[in-house]
Ligand binder design. Structure first.
Ligand SMILES: NC(=O)c1ccc[n+]([C@@H]2O[C@H](COP(=O)([O-])OP(=O)(O)OC[C@H]3O[C@@H](n4cnc5c(N)ncnc54)[C@H](O)[C@@H]3O)[C@@H](O)[C@H]2O)c1
Length: 266
């Protein structure tokens, strides 16, 4: 018996990086998974991987910035899987398209990060909450960031949205507690995903770096900031999300849990 047997999960932004890792770990722990992403091909590829683990998987594309799209996601997810137990709000961006080529965030970067990283959580949670409330049970896991714990020079637009994601999660935790729905946040540190490849490229452009590769820029940041000395992985985040989605965390709600090798300790 696996800890998530007979559970059903929806993961947004699951076509890449951390979201993919979460979808795969939830499936390994026994859950059937709706793999959602704005990129339909990426969602389909990860759904195929979930199926190869022996679980049911449905690729349902959705843009979390658009409430019509997240309402459709909720309707189709419930139709396909009958019920949804776990919602993971993972989709996130570092800015508007091409943000990594700008050394300073533009107004569009501020708007795009807010739309995806904050309103995305609000839209998707709003679309699923009636279903979860009716069933008087559910788990919501929001992926914030260590960047939401304190300001970051030159990346304030992103940090601000992650601080908001932590705060919004506390609000939903209070609002949904009477329905036995737990809402928690994970604050990851440094993971080498397509998002971080873009951050490294931006850092290289900003500093005029010509010798180090993006991966070396990442390694340097890791070494300078992380007491445990190793990068975190999508699988690490998946394991924490699985715990927060399981019966073992039934009295944990409104918390934001750092998963960062010790880089921030608040
Ligand atoms: N990589 C890190 O070091 C790190 C650290 C802390 C927090 N995070 C957070 O983890 C989450 C995942 O990041 P990642 O590193 O895997 O990034 P990623 O770029 O690899 O994946 C993000 C996914 O979100 C999808 N997406 C983007 N906009 C969307 C939208 N409007 N609707 C639906 N899907 C959308 C993308 O298509 C992509 O598949 C993000 O919220 C990010 O802020 C990442």
């Amino acid at each position: 018996m696996e800890e998530l047997d007979d559970r059903t999960a929806v993961v947004t932004g699951a076509g890449s990086g951390i979201g993919r890792g979460i979808a795969l770990v939830l499936a390994e722990r026994g859950a059937d998974v709706v793999v959602s992403d704005i990129d339909p091909g990426a969602a389909q590829a990860v759904a195929d991987e979930v199926r190869s683990l022996g679980r049911a998987a449905h690729a349902i594309p959705a843009d979390v910035t658009d409430r019509v799209s997240t309402d459709a996601l909720a309707a189709v997810a419930v139709e396909r899987l009958s019920q949804i137990d776990i919602l993971v709000n993972n989709a996130g961006v570092g800015g508007a398209p091409g943000w990594w080529q700008r050394s300073n965030p533009s107004p569009e970067d501020w708007e795009a990060t807010y739309d995806v990283n904050v309103i995305g959580i609000v839209n998707t949670t709003s679309s699923f909450q009636d279903h979860l409330k009716e069933r008087r049970s559910g788990r919501i896991v929001n992926i914030a960031s260590g960047a939401g714990r304190r300001g970051t020079g030159g990346f304030a637009h992103y940090s601000a949205t992650k601080a908001a994601a932590i705060n919004v999660s506390q609000g939903y935790a209070l609002q949904l507690a009477p329905y036995d729905i737990n809402v928690n946040c994970v604050c990851p540190g440094l993971l080498w995903t397509p998002l971080w490849e873009k951050i490294a490229e931006r850092d290289r452009i900003k500093s005029g770096e010509t010798v180090l590769t993006g991966r070396q820029v990442f390694d340097r940041r890791l070494e300078a900031s992380t007491p445990l000395g190793r990068e975190q992985t999508p699988e690490d985040v998946g394991k924490l999300a699985a715990f927060l989605a399981s019966g073992r965390s039934r009295n944990i709600t409104g918390q934001s849990i750092n998963l960062n090798g010790g880089s921030y300790m608040n």
